[in-house]
Write a protein that binds this ligand. Structure first.
Ligand SMILES: C[S@@+](CC[C@H](N)C(=O)[O-])C[C@H]1O[C@@H](n2cnc3c(N)ncnc32)[C@H](O)[C@@H]1O
Length: 382
């Protein structure tokens, strides 16, 4: 958090998003850089957008450049760093272009264009280095990127993707009467009349279904083994703002993403606490206690409990549908949900074993907790 104080006041949702990105890329660049000769970072909607830092420390491209270069320094080897940045707005683009032109240790291409017209150029740039591992950030301001537009990036192997899923907008359009909006909605998911699937669902169930359906579709479209998500809350209200959907072909990526999410959620709650205190004190009434002590975590805690119990239900349904399930299957499915972390899955399975609802097989006598990639198996007690 050093050096970013005040940069995100009033847009704490961006801080939370950037914390997930920063923490994830820090590990990603180090892990990938330890075995790969080259990393390519692609920011499809680069900004800058509403930035306050003259050094662009509060932008996704500024964060990515910083993390890629830091990993290279720590690794002490000569990996090739490559970036492709796209920004539609001309004045924002000029700021982006001027800022990135100072880095002569990174191969950088920029476009002042709409992302939709740059997909071929992106792939061309990525493929120009046959040894590179690309990471694609798809972080639009709006809600409506057709799945067909991003499919060429999703299918690229190797590769990882992080997509902003604008839940707050998307949920509003489920019942929208305008055929044009419904068509845009269909294209987001890649299926006609997809909104019908969500209309009978209310509030939380609707939000969960919208996210999960999207996550499954982009996962399938790209042939990813693993997908996950995180949740970003409104800074000043007890309301969900948007989700981040993460796609990877390696279980380690999933673990690292979840660790990044967990740490970023603490930053988000602290920032929400400060924002809430700032609002309360704006009338001139000073508070005796600090923001953290005064903060009401009920909304966040309630959401986490809800995700844990809906997740437990999903995992139990998997167990009911088969006599022999690998722990990996439960782990992969459980970690798709926001606010659910790897230890939650092991704890849930252990609790079921202690309640004698399931039996665990394949664990060595010294192993107390089921783990992924260990051939641990789970089945219901009949
Ligand atoms: C949410 S902001 C992205 C912020 C950036 N990723 C970050 O986290 O710092 C979206 C950016 O995309 C730009 N933009 C909007 N539509 C675009 C499009 N079709 N193609 C490329 N850029 C677009 C906007 O001008 C804006 O700067």
């Amino acid at each position: 958090m050093n050096g970013i104080e005040g940069l995100y006041d009033g847009r704490e949702q961006t801080l939370a998003k950037h914390e997930v990105l920063r923490r994830y890329l820090q590990r990603f660049a180090f892990i990938i850089g330890s075995w790969s000769e080259s990393i390519t970072y692609v920011d499809c909607y680069s900004g800058p957008w509403d930035e306050r830092s003259a050094e662009f420390a509060d932008t996704s491209f500024g964060i990515a450049i910083e993390q890629l270069r830091a990993a290279k320094r720590r690794l002490g080897k000569s990996i090739r760093l490559r970036c492709f940045f796209i920004e539609k707005n001309e004045s924002a683009y000029f700021k982006l272009r001027d800022f990135v032109s100072q880095f002569d240790d990174i191969e950088i291409e920029t476009r002042n264009e709409v992302f939709e017209n740059c997909v071929d150029d992106i792939l061309h740039f990525v493929r120009a280095d046959s040894k590179t591992f690309p990471f694609f950030l798809i972080d639009p301001k709006g809600w409506s990127i057709p799945i067909e537009v991003i499919r060429p990036l999703l299918v690229h192997k190797p590769g990882e993707v992080l997509i902003t899923f604008m839940l707050e907008f998307i949920r509003r359009f489920v019942d929208h009467p305008e055929p044009k909006i419904q068509q845009t909605f269909d294209m987001l998911y890649g299926e006609n009349d997809i909104a019908d699937k969500f209309r009978s669902l209310q509030s939380e169930e609707r939000d969960d279904a919208l996210l999960l359906e999207y996550l499954q579709r982009v996962k399938r479209a790209g042939g990813f083994e693993y997908a996950s998500s995180s949740l970003i809350l409104h800074p000043q209200k007890a309301r969900k703002h948007f989700n981040l959907v993460y796609l990877t072909r390696h279980y380690r990526g999933l673990e690292v993403f979840k660790e990044a999410e967990k740490a970023a959620m603490q930053t988000m709650e602290s920032a929400r606490a400060v924002a809430a205190q700032r609002r309360r004190q704006s009338s001139g009434q000073l508070e005796f206690f600090g923001a953290e002590e005064m903060h009401d975590h009920t909304y966040f805690d309630g959401l986490r409990s809800r995700y844990l119990s809906s997740n437990a239900e999903r995992l139990m349904n998997i167990l009911k549908s088969s006599d022999d399930v690998t722990f990996d299957e439960l782990w992969t499915c459980g970690l798709e949900s926001p606010l659910v972390w790897p230890t939650d899955i092991s704890d849930q399975v252990r609790a079921w074993r202690d309640e004698k609802l399931i039996v665990l097989r394949g664990m060595k006598p010294v192993e107390r907790v089921p783990k992924p990639r260990s051939n641990h198996r789970v089945s219901l007690v009949k």
